[in-house]
Design a protein around this ligand. Structure first.
Ligand code: GUN
Length: 280
C-alpha cells in the first residue's frame, strides 16, 4: 500500500475561495494588519505570503514593518493604535521578534477579539474551556485537513509529537474536542517510536528534520507533518521521513504543500470570524 497524499495546497485554495465569496457579499472589507519587526528573512517570506493571500481574497490587508532596533514600547504603541482602529479586525505580529522585545508582552497587548493568531491567554483559555474564541491557525488547519482526508476522529488514537504553545498544545485540545484519545509525546518521552507507532492519527510538530522514521508510523495511520525544516543538504523537509512513511501510512501531508498553505488560509478564516464577531 502507498499512502494517499493530502493536497494541502488544494484544500487551502478551496477554503480561500469560499472566504472570498463570503467577503464579496459583505458591505465592508475585513481588515488585517501584519506587523513585522526587523529583517528575519523567513519572516519576510511568510509576511509577504500572508498579505498577498489576504488581498487576493478581498481583505483590506497591509503590512507594517518596524526596524530591527525598534523598542518594545514602539511596538506596544503600534498595537494599541491597531486595537482602537475600527477598520482593523485582525492583528498579527510575526514571530520571532528581536531580542529587546518580549513576545509575551506584545501578545498580551493585542485585543483578544483581534488576536487572529489565537496566542493571547484569553483565547488559549477559551480553547481549554471550550468557549468560542480565536483558535491558533496551524492546529485549526490540521483539523480541516483531517476532515478533508476523511479521518474518523471519534475514538481514534491520536498522538501529538511536540508540546509548543503555537501548535502541540492547542492541537491536542482540538483533537480531544473531536473525541480522539489524545497522547502528547515530546523529547522526554520514553520510547518515542513505540508511542508514535500506536497512533491512528499522528501529528508531528517538533521542528526536527525527518525525526519520525518509517518504522515509527503504524500501518494505515494518517500522518500530518507540521515541520518545515532544512536538512543538511539544504532541502526543505518535514518532521517525518516522507519516503519511508509513504508505504505504511494510509494518508500523509507533504512538505511543502501540506500544512503550510492551510496556516495562511486559517489566518484569513480567523480574520473573517473576528470581523463578523466585531461588526456583525
Ligand atoms: N512565526 C512562525 N509561525 C508563526 C505564526 O503562526 N504566527 C506568528 N505571528 N508568527 C509566526
Amino acid at each position: 500500500m502507498t499512502a494517499r497524499i493530502i493536497d494541502g495546497k488544494a484544500v487551502a485554495e478551496r477554503l480561500r475561495a469560499g472566504l472570498a465569496t463570503r467577503i464579496a457579499g459583505l458591505h465592508f472589507r475585513p481588515g488585517l494588519r501584519v506587523v513585522r519587526v526587523g529583517e528575519d528573512p523567513a519572516s519576510g517570506v511568510y509576511v509577504r505570503n500572508k498579505d498577498r493571500a489576504a488581498l487576493a481574497a478581498g481583505f483590506d490587508s497591509s503590512t507594517i514593518h518596524l526596524p530591527a532596533e525598534a523598542r518594545e514600547s514602539d511596538l506596544l504603541m503600534l498595537v494599541e493604535n491597531l486595537n482602537i482602529d475600527p477598520a482593523v479586525d485582525g492583528i498579527l505580529v510575526q514571530l520571532p521578534l528581536p531580542p529587546q522585545i518580549r513576545p509575551e508582552m506584545v501578545i498580551a497587548a493585542i485585543d483578544p477579539a483581534k488576536d487572529v493568531d489565537g496566542f493571547h491567554t484569553v483565547n488559549a483559555g477559551k480553547l481549554v474551556t471550550r468557549q468560542h474564541g480565536l483558535v491558533p491557525c496551524t492546529p485549526k488547519g490540521v483539523m480541516h485537513l483531517l476532515r478533508e482526508a476523511g479521518a474518523t476522529l471519534r475514538g481514534a488514537r491520536a498522538v501529538v509529537l511536540g508540546r509548543s504553545q503555537i501548535v502541540g498544545r492547542p492541537m491536542a485540545q482540538l483533537l480531544l474536542d473531536a473525541d480522539c484519545t489524545v497522547t502528547m509525546v515530546h523529547s522526554n518521552t520514553r520510547d518515542l517510536a513505540a508511542e508514535c507507532r500506536r497512533a491512528e492519527i499522528l501529528v508531528a510538530a517538533v521542528g526536527k528534520p525527518e525525526l519520525v522514521r518509517g518504522d515509527w508510523v503504524g500501518e494505515g495511520a494518517i500522518v500530518i507533518d507540521v515541520g518545515i525544516n532544512r536538512n543538511a543538504a539544504g532541502k526543505l523537509v518535514g518532521d517525518v521521513a516522507f519516503a519511508e512513511a509513504l508505504p505504511r501510512a494510509a494518508a500523509i501531508t507533504p512538505v511543502p504543500g501540506g500544512v503550510g498553505p492551510m496556516t495562511i488560509a486559517c489566518l484569513l478564516e480567523n480574520t473573517l470570524e473576528a470581523a463578523l464577531a466585531r461588526r456583525g
